[in-house]
Design a protein around this ligand. Sequence first.
Ligand code: ATP
Length: 241
Amino acid sequence: MLSVENIDVVYHHTVQALRGMSLDVPKGKIVALLGSNGAGKTTTLKTASNLVQLENGHVREGRIRFKDQNIAQLSADALVHQGLFHIREGRRIFSELTVDDNLVAASYALKGRNIRPDYEKIYSFFPRLKERRKQVAGYLSGGEQQMLAFGRAMIAAPEMILMDEPSLGLAPKIITEIFDTIRRLNADDGITILLVEQNAHLAFSIADYSYIMESGQIVMEGRSEKLRDDPDVRSFYLGVG
Ligand code: ATP
């Protein structure tokens, strides 16, 4: 569904963040992208949703295709219309608006698409958000804000979601809930997912296939259950063996 082929990205004409980066995300799957700080995971997502230009970065080489179309020239808004939604680092909800109004604002993505926003579906998926629907989003807990970020994505009726460390800063119990939600988005709604995650245990527990990147390129890839047993992965990324 998404294919990134041999991409080089350079920021400010000096910092090379990606070098020959390639990955594939097949329709209906959950794929994880792992790696240490600064490896280039966020840049890979931003490249797929055409956001690197906003940060004075540019794509020097390579191709990006979504649903077999070249998407290199499409804006992030146009990509949402095509069915690709990026939940960015830090969740990016509107903290001054209520939960309801955050969802209404997200429904703008449906303009001209002949799809009606299904708020009740979101609230049945996330009963906790329903209880807090009149509350200003800035006062929600971290886990609730992440659920709202998922709700905003779901309103846009995406075929694929790019997720940047949804577990960041959350307590273990809440992380379990968030990961259950990701599984449901995939299994019940058929949404294809590319998930950036620093915690290899979590990534392997959810993803069909995982990529590990370092210094802007893929250094290892495979089915998650296979990578989990690899001796190097066990000592470098899982802290065992
Ligand atoms: P983290 O897990 O710490 O978020 P990451 O794997 O997501 O890291 P990126 O954020 O993609 O890594 O960064 C890759 C490289 O590009 C790093 O060396 C980083 O310093 C650099 N970089 C990222 N964004 C910019 C920017 N806007 N301007 C300049 N350099 C940047």
